[in-house]
Design a protein around this ligand. Structure first.
Ligand code: GZL
Ligand code: ZN
Length: 363
């Protein structure tokens, strides 16, 4: 716990010792009562670890799973008290939440930042209050890295590179001239690490392989916005044959728009189908979409940060220094084995073909 917590604990300990002493002196059946009282005293002043979690919002299935992972991990029977504040995708709400946690003198602050910039001031306030801050998921771009204790999340530029390499290998395997790939990007929240890395991966792929990158439009990681954006893309670019969605909720919206426009979602793009590529792969529903080739490629993005955050907190409690950056492992999924594996930066990644067996691993 933070050093301020130690001061509190010592005071608590002192109180419980005096309390136990008084009971003993009272001689009132000291043995049983003092034991009971002592235990009660100890319980009353149990040293719970209080964690303030500033979650950015509830915009996607990924986000819901991420929040649930924190709640499943930091339970009261394990000695934690978790306070979750939903930022409704507004940085100002997250900054307010962090200030509230500082007032409440929590032991740790966990921040899932909506975008990378604008955190220096409030992180300095947390540092001045002696409260360690753990960043999860997207990154913060701060002038001084000592403003946070450690970060846990995904390698978003690797996710983008995997998607681009898969599309290239797909075109090669299907004998599709790369210039016949007419692709649009429905981006995530602009300025979020996930958006930055996934957009970069596609841009580099388009440049390297000669795809026709028609448009990049913000989709805010939501299904509603994904549908709205896809409707206008279909009107503006009738030649579109691949849509790159920077998360699954946008993909669900895009599929709705494509099908209500009377077009077919699928990977036979030379026969006029529109292929959907996406990111996250968190829910059974999405895995079913992949199995039905509604989504042909999905780069997994692991939302289960709870256990990793707990491991870092336990290290800190033991006075140890956690790794500054910890990347979570992630798989890639596809409808079929057209591309069985792919190479990125000299590392090879196998592609998981989604079957009903795969579905059993998902809720
Ligand atoms: C990725 C995370 C993104 C997900 C979206 O780690 O930041 O935010 O890909 C979520 O689903 O909205
Ligand atoms: Zn090649």
């Amino acid at each position: 716990m933070g050093n301020k917590m130690n001061k509190l604990t010592n005071k608590k300990r002192l109180v419980s010792i005096i309390l136990a002493g008084v009971l003993l002196l009272g001689g009132c059946g000291a043995k049983e009562v003092s034991n009971t009282e002592d235990t009660v005293a100890e319980d009353q002043f149990s040293e719970e670890i209080v964690i303030g979690f500033s979650q950015l919002g509830a915009e996607s299935d990924w986000r819901t799973a991420n929040t649930q992972s924190m709640k499943d991990t930091f339970t009261s029977d394990k000695g934690y008290r978790l306070i979750v504040e939903d930022g409704q995708q507004q940085q100002s709400n997250q900054i307010m939440a962090i200030r509230k946690f500082i007032q409440q003198e929590v032991d740790y602050i966990v921040l899932a930042p909506v975008t990378e910039t604008g955190w220096d001031t409030v992180l300095q306030e947390a540092k001045d209050a002696g409260i360690p801050v753990i960043i999860v998921d997207r990154q913060v771009d701060v002038s001084d890295e000592s403003l946070f204790t450690c970060w846990i999340g995904s390698d978003f530029s690797l996710e983008g590179k995997k998607a681009a390499e898969w599309l290239h290998q797909f075109a090669v395997a299907k004998d599709i001239p790369e210039s016949d790939i007419h692709i649009a990007n429905i981006q995530g929240t602009i300025g979020a690490s996930a958006q930055i890395g996934r957009t970069e991966g596609l841009q580099e792929g388009a440049k390297k392989y000669g795809w026709d990158l028609l448009a990049e439009v913000p989709g805010e990681f939501t299904q509603a916005k994904g549908k709205e954006v896809m409707e206008s893309l279909l009107k503006e670019y009738p030649q579109i044959n691949v849509v790159y969605c920077e998360n699954d909720n946008e993909a669900l919206g895009a599929i709705e728009a494509i099908e209500s426009a009377g077009k077919t979602v699928g990977s036979d793009i030379l026969q006029g189908e529109i292929m959907v590529m996406s990111f996250d792969a968190v829910t059974k529903n999405i895995m079913r979409c992949i199995m039905r080739n509604k989504i042909t490629f999905d780069a997994g993005c692991n939302p289960h940060h709870g256990p990793r955050v707990e491991a870092q907190i336990q290290l800190l409690e033991a006075g140890k220094v956690p790794d500054m950056f910890s990347y979570v492992e992630e798989r890639i999924y596809s409808y079929d084995a057209t591309v069985p594996s792919l190479e990125v930066d000299n590392n090879s990644y196998s592609v998981t073909v989604v079957t009903s067996k795969t579905l059993e691993e998902f809720k």
